[in-house]
Design a protein around this ligand. Structure first.
Ligand code: GTP
Ligand code: MG
Length: 197
């Protein structure tokens, strides 16, 4: 079932000023330029609900969107991209951290990774940190249309093996493309039952 209504609510740099935590919330997190904002547009079927850019560091604030008046999607700044200045990186990291510790309604974090890139320490460390805090997350592989099915399968296998080196099980994986809308129904079908609980 597609999203009927999607509206931008508020951007801010202070987690305390986010909307009241009165609805289920899902956040999109990952390195700058991985495709967080594009994925939010793809899921909601809007072309420019979230602002995107070819240049890393586009999203600089915590952005709340309300979907079907029932749940929140959150677009966050990226972490750890070398082309973003160290000061910016630290600022974004602090903002993400403040956000993560302040949202009791955050039901799942979507950690985005580029399908074309092998597992990176920064992403694995970020996931470990989420796990240690008991924050539920899934992994979303972006830009998948750039790879053939064989390569995608290899990427997933490599990631799974890497995670199983330190975890008993791997979180759910979603393979997506903002260009072809691949993975859209999979993600929406994952979110919907969580909204009902
Ligand atoms: P920051 O806000 O800077 O952290 O980046 P972001 O993660 O929000 O990335 P954004 O959605 O702005 O996309 C970054 C670039 O990747 C843009 O040029 C997008 O057009 C491109 N992009 C995003 N998703 C896809 C995809 O599925 N396929 C392809 N080919 N390009 C994509
Ligand atoms: Mg963005």
């Amino acid at each position: 079932m597609p999203v009927k209504q999607a509206e931008f609510l508020v951007s801010n740099s202070d987690p305390a000023k986010c909307p009241p935590p009165d609805r289920p919330e899902y956040a999109f997190i990952g390195r700058s330029n991985v495709g967080k904002s594009s994925l939010i547009n793809m899921l909601t079927g809007r072309t420019s609900l979230a602002k995107t850019s070819g240049k890393p560091g586009k999203t600089q604030l915590i952005n709340h969107f309300i979907i079907d008046n029932a749940w929140y999607l959150v677009d966050l700044p990226g972490y750890g991209y070398a082309q973003v200045s160290k000061t910016e990186r630290e600022k974004f990291a602090a903002l993400i951290d403040g956000y993560l510790t302040s949202r009791p309604n955050l039901l799942c974090i979507f950690v985005l990774v580029d399908s074309r890139i092998p597992p990176q320490k920064i992403d694995l460390d970020f996931m470990t940190n989420l796990g240690e805090r008991g924050l539920p997350f899934v992994i979303v592989f972006t830009k998948s249309e750039k790879l053939g099915p064989m390569k995608i399968g290899q990427t997933l296998d490599t990631y799974r093996a890497k995670l199983l080196e330190s975890w008993e099980e791997a979180p759910p994986f979603f393979v997506t493309s903002a260009t072809t809308a691949a993975g859209r129904e999979d993600i929406l079908s994952f979110i919907r039952p969580l909204n009902e609980d």
